[in-house]
Structures are given as C-alpha cells and as structure tokens.
Write a protein that binds this ligand. Structure first.
Ligand code: IRN
Ligand code: FE2
Length: 549
C-alpha cells in the first residue's frame, strides 16, 4: 500500500458506551459478532453489529496490516458450480455457503431462507472473493433493511487518513456497507486502505476513476479504459459497483424539459459520452463482457439510476421510468451469467408517488433488491436533507426497498465531514428500523420494548445504552441534570418532578395495588379525590409550581 502521510493514522476504536463486542457461536465453528448491551437489571440485550474488530477491546488494530481475513478459508475451499464461483451460482445449485450461514445467525433466520432468496435474485450477498476481510451480510426485502454510507474525497478536499477514519466511523454507528466515491487524487491508494481495513462490503462507481484517467473529459472515455478500471477494482476487492448502463442514447432527450436535468454524476458522464459520439452507451453494448468480469470475482452489480429525478417536479417521469425498464432487461442478462444484481432508485419523490417506484421496480426488475437514495420528499430544506430524505427512506423501505443510501445534512451543499457522516448514519438507522418495525421483522421490536421498559422504570443508563446514539443521549441529559443521582431519578428536566407522566402512572399503579383496585378504578378514585380538592380551592386551576413569574 502507498505510505500514508501520517504514519499512525487515527481511527476511533473501543466499545460503544454501555456495550461490548460479543461473538455468538454459530454452526460449524462460526463466530458471529453482536454488540452486547449490559443492562442494570443484570440482563443484556444483543444488537446487530457492523463495526468489526474496531469496537473489540481485545482486538489489536493495525491499519498497516489490515483486518484479519475472515473469509479466506471459505473462499479457498469453494468449488465453482457450472464454472461460476458466485453466491448466486451456489444458491441456485442448492449449496448453503458459509457466508449464508453466518448471515442467518446475524439475521435470526434459517440459512435456507438466505439461500433461497439469493437463488431467486431477491437478495444479494456483496462479497468479492478478494475482500476476505468483510463480514458477510445480505441485502434483500425479507431481511433487515440496510444502510449504506457514502464517503470519498473530491479534487478539492480530504485525505486518505480522513476517508479511512470516516469508513470506521460510519460502521461504528451502523453503516452496513460503505461506498468509496473518491474522485480526486490517490483514488487507488485510498480504496486500498479502505478495503483492507473494512469489515463491511465496499461499493464504488468505476466510471469516476475512469474519468480521472482521461483527465475529466467524458468524450475521451472508452470501453477499454472503463474495462481496465473495473478489472483493477475487482482485483482490489470492491464488493459491488454502480454501473449506469441504463442511460441509453435515446433517453437523453427525455431529460431536456426537466427542472433539474440529469443530477446523477455517473448518469451525466454517460449522457455526455453518448451525445459526443452519437453512439449507444458502451456500458450497455459491452454489458455481457462486464458480466463475465464481475462473475470471476463475485462482484455484485448495483445498476445505477443515472436518470433519477433530482427534484419533486421530475419524479416518476418518462426518463426515469424508461431507464428502469432497461435496468430490468440488464438484470436478466446479469442473472443469466450468475452475477448478483441490485437496482438503484431515486432521488427526489413526493410521498404519494413513492410506492409506485417500488411496485414498478419489482415488476420490471424481477424483484432484484431495490437500493434507493432517500428519496427526498421535498426540495425546500437544504441543510436538513437527511430529514427530508429519511421520511422518504422509511416510506420506501416499508414498501420493500432493501437498502437505503444515506443522505447527510451537507447534501446539495458540500462534502460531508465526520459529524455529517454520523448524523447521516444515525438518521438512516432510524428510517431503516422504522421500516423493520412496520414489516414486523422478528428481531426489530425487542429493542424498542427493552428501551421503553428502561424509560418507564427510570433506568436512565439502560435507556441511553439501548439507544442508537448513547453519547448524544447522555450529553443531552447531562446538559440539565449532570449529577449522578439524576441517572436514577424518577423525572427529567423536560417536565420536572411533579409533571412526569411516567411517574404519575407508576403512582397510579402503586395506589391501585395498595387499595386492591385495577388501574382504571384507581384513576377514577384518584380523580374523585382531585375534583373534590379542585372544588375546595374555589375552582381555580392549581399549579404545583411555586414561582411562575
Ligand atoms: C443509490 C441509489 N441511487 C443512487 N445511489 C447512490 O448514488 C449510488 O449507490 C452511489 O453511491 C451514488 C452514485 O451517484 P451518481 O453517480 O449516480 O450521482
Ligand atoms: Fe438532490
């Protein structure tokens, strides 16, 4: 690997507050990581863990050496079926791979479900044979909704060190995959550092690097330059690649009257090439060769939405839907070659037009996993587009989208920094989890129940530790009640001791128990008492607060 400027690059290590890394023993000696949250009741709660060895106190982290090659023996021992080494080929042949078994433990499902979903193309396991460091995960609508975090430098900002740090940081907070969208200098070296140190699958958009190789002029691109770039990235270990092969020459004019034209970087590059040469996209005409390359490594296609709408006005328009149909055609070609496929989706879509996106994708792309960027449900809140898009993300995930590409507060404004990465990941974990609850995933609600019980019983530390972002929860609580006793107090500063509804409910229950009543009777009895007092005091509403000036 290219030497880093900083000989000791810094990444965040150590367990997340209130938890530690634990390994669940799976079949055939598999050790599957979970984050074990210790509760004050003596119980514990395990949650899905994407953070790799970085949160394991007993693991020695050496970025120069890279992570342990977890999958190496599995990959070495695997015989090709029908000439193909892909998870799809194995799944179709009825083989349950080690990756599938590992995933089954993580997801709390049968390994056979993982196999059959991969076999029918409704789920993918992005796992390049040359990225043995990654911990297997699955993307598909029958499984937990996943979140991708985009990182990567641009020509004007950021270093390799910062990008490696962002990758570790994003997975710490729950990113299931990371895409390296670097476009500036050192693209190859940045990716190498990220891959060798990443516990999650890494995605890229190879056309970005290909464009750098021709000095940023799309007209100078060629199939050969692109192909060599793809091979280079496959060799390095990239697990999935965005390929904007659905941007056809004849679709480009469909964007002419749009409010925001073509907003996809890859889409605009390919549109520029098609127009400059007045020829069909080389990604489309060489698609079979591309399948043959990806198949050798088991790299998963993420068929790009180069014509996604970039504004509410352009949602679900002809250009977008024409491209989606073509992505369906390409999905079938890829699967004939035993290559796994997912489909990228929009963008900017108002709430009432979101479901249609999922329905058409499922219909036209044979239910290949849908992977969407938000969508943003309004255009009017730059600076808050993690929120405008998380609303759309939760909605589209409930409808069946398998993975959500995060949007950070910097969307439309600048390159996200470390804080934006965390905000984006946590925001998208909320959207994904909201959808898991709505889909009644068997693993989802237990965490809500555990947290709510802690909240109701004033086990403040348990409440913090069960939350998606314990550090922020503690910090907010500390702002008004930093003292240690406040972490067990039966109130917080929002309502104060007298107006705490949870404490009052508990009083009601205690009263009921003491008087041998049901809660309902207790409330009635209590109310009769209170109204007596109200009348006694001359019918004035009494506030149990002494000083309200
Ligand atoms: C996801 C769904 N639709 C687009 N994406 C992501 O956008 C994709 O995975 C990649 O991270 C990025 C590609 O952007 P362009 O090149 O389409 O703008
Ligand atoms: Fe946008």
């Amino acid at each position: 690997m290219t030497a880093l400027q900083d000989a000791r690059p810094h990444v965040t290590t150590g367990p997340i507050r209130g938890s530690h890394k634990h390994h669940v023993e799976g079949p055939a000696g598999l050790r599957v990581p979970v984050r074990r949250i210790a509760l004050s009741t003596g119980e514990h709660h395990d949650v899905y863990d994407t953070s790799g060895p970085y949160t394991d106190d007993s693991a020695a982290i050496d970025l120069h050496a890279g992570l342990p090659k977890l999958r190496e023996p599995w990959i070495a021992g695997r015989e090709p079926v029908g000439g193909a080494v892909t998870q799809l080929a194995h799944a179709r042949a009825g083989v349950v791979t080690e990756e599938m078994r590992y995933i089954a433990v993580r997801e709390g499902v049968d390994a056979e479900l993982v196999r059959s979903e991969v076999a029918r193309g409704r789920a993918v396991i992005p796992a390049n044979r040359r990225h043995p460091e990654s911990e297997p995960m699955v993307i598909g609508k029958r499984f937990l909704v996943k979140v991708n975090a985009n990182i990567g430098n641009s020509a004007v900002t950021s270093s390799i060190e910062e990008e490696v740090d962002k990758m570790v940081w994003a997975t710490r907070w729950g990113a299931d995959t990371v895409m390296d969208l670097s476009t500036g200098k050192d693209i190859h070296a940045t990716r190498e550092w990220i891959l060798r140190n990443s516990p999650v699958p890494i995605g890229t958009v190879p056309i970005y690097q290909a464009l750098e190789k021709v000095d940023g002029d799309p007209a100078q691109l060629s199939w050969e330059v692109y192909r060599d770039t793809v091979v280079e990235q496959c060799e390095q270990g990239v697990d999935y690649m965005t390929v904007h092969a659905g941007v056809l020459l004849r679709y480009v004019p469909l964007t002419a009257k749009r409010v925001t034209g073509i907003v996809s970087r890859g889409g605009s590059i390919m549109a520029a090439w098609c127009l400059a040469h007045h020829r069909e996209s080389f990604l489309y005409t060489h698609f079979v060769e591309l399948c043959e390359i990806l198949r050798r490594y088991d790299v998963t296609f993420s068929l790009g939405d180069g014509l996604r709408p970039g504004s509410i006005a352009d949602a679900n328009d002809e250009a977008q839907l024409a491209e989606l149909r073509t992505l369906g055609e390409l999905t079938r070609v890829a699967k004939e070659h035993d290559v796994q496929v997912m489909i990228e989706g929009p963008g900017h879509v108002p709430l009432h037009r979101i479901r249609e996106n999922v329905e058409l994708e499922e219909q036209w792309c044979d239910e290949a996993p849908f992977y969407t960027l938000g969508p943003l449900t309004t255009d009017i809140a730059p600076g808050y587009d993690h929120i405008t898009s998380a609303i759309g993300a939760a909605t589209i995930a409930e409808a069946g989208t398998a993975m959500l590409c995060y949007v950070t507060p910097k969307e439309h404004l600048g390159l996200p920094d470390r804080d934006d990465v965390k905000t984006g990941v946590i925001t998208y974990k909320i959207a994904a989890h909201a959808a898991d609850l709505a889909k009644e995933h068997p693993l989802a609600q237990a965490r809500d129940d555990a947290l709510s019980a802690a909240r109701f019983e004033f086990r403040w530390l348990d409440q913090f530790h069960l939350s998606l972002d314990p550090d922020t929860a503690v910090a907010f609580h500390d702002q008004t009640l930093p003292a240690e006793p406040a972490k067990t107090a039966h109130f917080c500063s929002m309502c104060g001791p007298k107006f705490c509804s949870m404490r009052i409910t508990q009083d009601v229950r205690d009263y009921a128990e003491a008087h041998g009543l049901t809660s309902v009777e207790a409330i009635e009895a209590g109310m009769a008492q209170e109204s007596g007092r109200f009348a006694d005091e001359g019918g004035r509403i009494h506030l149990p607060v002494t000083d309200r000036t």
